[in-house]
Design a protein around this ligand. Structure first.
Ligand SMILES: [Zn+2]
Ligand SMILES: [Zn+2]
Length: 333
């Protein structure tokens, strides 16, 4: 007989303690699959979902939007995957019918949602996803599969930035996303490339793991670059970073600021130096490319996944993340 219950991490409301509990086993509707989770990253967005609540999240919620696993059951009409296939899941849920979706800009969908945000996520033994969101991981190095979703977000960032080789880069914020952007820009031939990270512990670990140039805010006092990317979402940091773009360069808002945050900047300086300001939101047409890229450059990304914990050790996982001793932390069943 099939199980009717599974273990999942549930957050009942913003600020409530996340708890491992038994919940009903999900079933696949038409065009959907049930996936047996094999790995799922923990990211900054999850921290927002657990701590202060996200506008797009629906509570109670099972977080987890960076999943991969084995296809366990198929809903009607699913033909692109088979039971037993190992797949990574793009968590983005687009309605397919609004103006933005019709222009193939699903990340700007008016009804945008995500597995692990608006819908139950993958910090669970099983989760449901649209079959069209599944990407085959045949012959993929599975030890780095929990990094696919964040790499897909970073690839979207590069699509938006459209970087040219030989241009200089300053990335402010050396968390997982800042480091992933740095690695991608390095692969793309942007140099010199500098990451600024305020946390000394994280700076030292990241330097060792990636070989990138990672400096403190004090050391970065006079740093400027053609491309300056904020990967912190902190208003005061953004206000400073936007003044560091070389004439003719681009500033990118990548880190997620709080919904009500405001910054001030000099429109005159933006005008005089023809500074472009751009941004990147989640994933768009970048999930497949991220997988392809990681097949080739897996060794560059592998060191970032520093810790993996079982579902029932998730409290330890969250603690290690906030200690600054980890870069990317993932859960497994
Ligand atoms: Zn994430
Ligand atoms: Zn839409």
């Amino acid at each position: 007989m099939r199980e009717t219950q599974m273990k999942a991490i549930v957050v009942s409301k913003p600020g409530a303690k996340a708890q491992l509990m038994d919940v009903a086993m999900p079933t696949a509707g038409a065009g959907e699959i049930v996936v047996s989770m094999m790995g799922c990253g923990i990211c900054g967005t999850d921290h927002h979902i657990v701590e202060e609540g996200l506008p797009t999240a629906k509570y109670p919620i099972i977080p987890g939007h960076e999943p991969w696993g084995k296809v366990f059951a198929l809903g009607t009409g699913v033909t692109n995957v088979a039971v037993g296939d190992v797949v990574a899941i793009d968590p983005s849920l687009h309605c397919g019918m609004c103006d933005q979706c019709r222009q193939a800009k699903g990340n700007l969908c008016k009804n945008w949602g995500a597995i692990g945000g608006s819908h139950p996520g993958a910090w669970a033994e099983y989760f449901v996803a649209p079959a069209k969101n599944a990407y085959s991981l045949k012959d993929f190095p599975l030890d780095i599969a929990s990094l696919i979703e964040p790499v897909a977000c970073a690839v979207r960032g590069l699509d938006r930035l459209n970087p040219h080789q030989g241009k200089s880069v300053l990335i402010v914020g050396g968390g997982t996303m800042g480091l992933l952007l740095a690695i991608l820009l390095d692969i793309n031939g942007c140099q010199p490339l500098t990451v600024v990270e305020a946390n000394a512990k994280r700076r030292d670990i990241s330097k060792k793991l990636t070989g990138l140039t990672i400096i403190s805010p004090e050391e970065a006092k006079s740093a400027r670059a053609d491309y300056v990317i904020d990967a912190t979402g902190i208003p005061s940091v953004i206000e400073d970073a936007i003044t560091r773009v070389n004439a003719g360069g681009t500033f990118m808002v990548f880190g997620v600021a709080s919904e009500h945050a405001k910054v001030s900047f000099s429109p005159y300086a933006i005008y005089k130096d023809e500074i472009q300001i751009t941004s990147s939101m989640a994933i768009l047409h970048s999930f497949g490319p991220a997988i392809d890229l990681m097949r080739v450059h897996g060794d560059r990304f592998r060191p970032l996944l520093t810790h993996t914990f079982a579902l029932n050790e998730f409290e330890k996982a969250l603690a290690v993340l906030s200690s600054g001793e980890a870069i990317k932390v993932a859960l497994k069943p």
